[in-house]
Design a protein around this ligand. Structure first.
Ligand code: 0L1
Ligand code: MG
Length: 262
């Protein structure tokens, strides 16, 4: 690690305050160019610790930047991983309050719910499918705390991979009932189609993103617990939203899920 404990605590407090007060900041590597990957995940861990200490519940995990469209949009080449707490979860069809967010964007995602824990290293698509209870459509609302979404990957990891809100819903399907690679994905904003994709856009198979998450956690001595909801990553690039927008996502065989931005 390149940063000392006090710096990590201070950066976590700074980024979480930006999240809670919906104000942006410059990317933290501008002031801390030597920050390494361990520092970045340690800052993310400290943000989670702060939330849990205030009574939040850890309910899920996410993989981000897992599709070529997202990687191209952000100019990066590797996935990142973050956490989801209960305050990020929005009921199906509910309102997301724009004033609580900085510059939200939406992503169409395939969400996994596990019936058994998954532990890396060595986790693969087969192990993920065997441990998956069902998959669902999900919309992730990302909201980078960095001004104009200008960041590098380590700054993004420290900022909990821009996690802000998410909704899952639609129809739960067991993994043996569908071929996730060929699932068609259509997202609409105010009734207009804004993105189209297929499950294979996520690392060739969305379960590969969950395996990558398990292997990432395994390297840190952690696992994905049973019951966890996992967002496997945006199938397409992220789409900006404005107050008044209605966003709906349809995924073949998995039904639809929607959000309103108030
Ligand atoms: O879930 C995601 O793919 C977001 C990763 C973080 C980068 C971004 O804010 O777009
Ligand atoms: Mg995402």
């Amino acid at each position: 690690m390149a940063l000392d404990k006090q710096t990590i605590l201070g950066l976590a407090e700074h980024l979480e305050t930006c999240e809670l007060q919906a104000r942006d900041t410059l990317k933290i590597t501008d002031e801390h160019p030597s920050m390494d990957w361990d520092d970045a995940y340690a800052i993310q861990d400290e943000i989670l610790r702060r939330k849990l200490a205030r009574g939040a519940r850890l309910i899920g995990l996410k993989a981000g930047l897992t599709s070529h469209a997202k990687m191209k949009q952000m100019g990066v080449d590797t996935p990142v991983f973050g956490f989801l707490v209960d305050s990020f979860s929005v009921p199906e069809g509910a309102e997301v309050k724009m004033k609580e967010l900085i510059h939200p964007k939406v992503e169409p995602e395939i969400a996994f719910v596990l019936k058994r824990a998954l532990k890396g290293p060595g986790c693969h698509i087969g192990a993920v499918l065997a441990a998956t209870d069902f998959v669902l459509p999900g919309i992730e609302v990302i909201d980078s705390r960095y001004r104009d979404f200008k960041f590098d990957l380590k700054s993004v990891v420290a900022d909990n991979t821009s996690a802000a809100r998410f909704v899952v819903g639609g129809r739960a399907m067991r993994p043996d009932q569908i071929d996730m690679r060929t699932l068609g994905v259509v997202m609409e904003r105010n009734g207009e189609v804004v993105s189209i994709g297929a499950g294979a856009a996520v690392l060739g198979h969305p379960a590969a993103a969950v395996a990558a998450l398990a292997n990432h956690l395994g390297r840190r001595g952690q696992e994905i617990p049973a019951g966890t909801v996992i967002l496997s990553g945006g199938v397409t690039e992220a789409i900006s939203v404005e107050p008044g927008d209605h966003v709906s996502l349809r995924i073949q065989h998995l039904g639809s899920v929607s959000l309103h931005f108030a």
